[in-house]
Design a protein around this ligand. Structure first.
Ligand SMILES: NC(=O)c1ccc[n+]([C@@H]2O[C@H](COP(=O)([O-])OP(=O)(O)OC[C@H]3O[C@@H](n4cnc5c(N)ncnc54)[C@H](O)[C@@H]3O)[C@@H](O)[C@H]2O)c1
Length: 471
């Protein structure tokens, strides 16, 4: 694994990305079995963290790690939950003291009189906040290289871990997260906010109510021009995100596209991802932007970019569904997650949302539903969770059009009630691991890579997705 910007990851992560895939799987409890072509290796321990519950926490004490763009955004999402007594922000951790001061002001606006403890000034200061005397929940919003070490330390210390995306970017880290959650009995959720968006929740409801018939294929993506943000000297602390693009090639950000599709496709709840092939295009747009910069340091990076402009990964499932997953944060084009779902009875394309409802094999009807009919469908199938929470949070910041609030509401309220979370450690680890496996495939001429089963076979149990529950 590359060491990014001089940051050293903690030694407690037992496996190194320098190992090959087979070695990693062996190192992670596969008892010496390696992946045969066409055979998905599986873990030997049982998937007992699947419906994990933990004692109810009437007020969840939250420690926030990483107070940059996302940390600030998620603090805003806690505003209503804090005011209602469901949560309290008890600790703030960031290497940069200026970011801590900013966050202290932000929290004071809605949590007067309860000043969070502060952990700052060094790269290891965050470790002091990982104590049950300080918090119940570690909310991790740091750069990617800190996600797995912080989530593991949280669980080992008796805290639940809620981590930004992706929660891992090596296979060994994905296995380590699952193993730690099973052993410690702590929650470990990856905060995939796109699973909570109104369009995606509405589609899930249509799928659950049979509108799409038999699902066959989906196309999803993260297409977001991040060049300006990656080149900016202050937007991402120490330009951490750019460094990943200099050192890695594949899909570096799988989960915004893949997460919702995994819900539609019952992934880990009756079906699973079995194999993939991945191809990256040549690189051009990011290096051209670097070369055109007036900063000599950035110009010097132009020749180092490894990540191709457009990565395309094809994923197969055990039931024979197919998924096309794309990643591009280099090219100047409008934001898009595609959100295309194909079933035997209906088709949806996102950006903008369009719906086709099958009229049978007729000659003359190939159009999208007209806007009036599509709006009627959207209203009829609007997810009750979305309807209720939009009204509830109308007067507070909602984040990314509302989905961030729904996500944080569900997380905190499930912890309040002591019930299983919407997404478990296997979901986050699997969706993230697809990124690592795409890099393997790209490195090996786009060869097929089998996707390990993290659940010890538990994925076969067909259950409704818990995101729709009532709390
Ligand atoms: N789900 C979403 O919609 C969404 C949106 C934006 C970002 N993100 C994710 O959020 C994470 C953070 O992104 P960002 O845009 O906020 O980046 P950022 O650079 O603005 O913030 C990261 C913060 O972490 C701090 N940090 C770095 N190392 C640390 C350490 N050892 N201890 C404590 N603090 C440390 C930095 O000082 C910085 O303030 C990333 O994983 C990103 O993928 C998700």
């Amino acid at each position: 694994m590359p060491i990014l910007g001089g940051m050293k990851r903690k030694d407690f992560l037992h496996a190194s990305g320098a190992l090959g895939l087979g070695s990693l799987l062996n190192a992670c409890g596969l008892g010496g079995r390696s992946a045969e072509p066409g055979q998905t290796p599986s873990r030997t321990t049982n998937g007992s963290a699947f419906d994990l519950t933990a004692p109810a926490l009437p007020t969840v004490r939250v420690a926030v790690f990483g107070l940059g763009n996302r940390g600030q955004g998620l603090i805003d999402m806690l505003n209503w939950l804090v005011q209602e007594g469901h949560a309290q922000i008890t600790a703030l951790a960031d290497v940069n003291p200026t970011k801590v001061d900013r966050a202290l002001e932000q929290v004071a606006a809605f949590q007067p009189g309860q000043v969070p403890a502060v952990f700052t000034g060094s790269e290891a200061a965050w470790e002091g906040a990982m104590r049950t005397e300080v918090a119940d929940l570690a909310l991790i919003c740091t750069p990617w290289e800190w996600h797995t070490p912080m989530a593991i330390r949280a669980m080992e210390s008796g805290l639940h871990a809620a981590c930004e995306v992706p929660i891992a970017y090596t296979v060994s880290d994905a296995f380590a997260l699952v193993e730690t959650a099973e052993r410690t009995r702590q929650h470990c959720i990856m905060l995939e906010n796109c699973c909570y968006n109104g369009e995606e929740l509405g589609l899930l409801r249509m799928i659950e109510e049979g509108v799409f018939g038999t699902l066959t294929h989906a196309e999803c993506a993260y297409l977001h021009d991040l060049r300006a943000l990656m080149l900016d000297p202050t937007y991402y602390e120490d330009r951490w995100r750019l460094k990943h693009h200099l050192q890695r090639n594949g899909n570096l950000y799988t989960t915004h596209g893949l997460g919702p599709v995994a819900m539609y496709f019952d992934i880990l709840r009756g079906d699973t991802l079995t194999h993939l092939v991945s191809m990256s295009s040549r690189e051009a747009a990011l290096s051209e932007a670097l070369a055109a910069s007036s900063d000599p340091a950035l110009q010097g990076m132009a020749a180092q970019v490894r990540c191709g402009d457009v990565n395309t990964t094809l994923i197969g499932t055990a039931e024979g569904k197919s998924i096309m997953l794309q990643f591009d944060t280099h090219v100047g084009r409008p934001y898009n997650r595609l959100n295309k779902v194909i079933g035997s009875k209906a088709v949806h394309y996102g950006y903008p949302s369009r719906l086709y409802v099958d009229h049978g094999p007729t000659w003359d009807w190939h159009g999208w539903l007209e806007e009036g009919a599509a709006a009627e469908m959207r209203d009829r199938y609007e997810h009750p969770l979305w309807t209720r929470l939009q009204a509830l949070a109308a007067e507070h910041p909602q984040g990314h059009g509302g989905m961030d609030f729904v996500m944080m509401y569900r997380l905190i309220r499930c912890l309040n009630e002591g019930v299983a979370l919407d997404l478990n450690v296997y979901d986050g680890a699997l969706w993230s691991m697809v990124g690592a496996l795409s890099e393997s495939s790209v490195d090996n001429g786009s060869t097929r890579v089998d996707i390990p089963d993290l659940t010890a076979g538990r994925w076969r149990e067909r259950v409704a997705h818990p995101v729709g529950r009532a709390i």
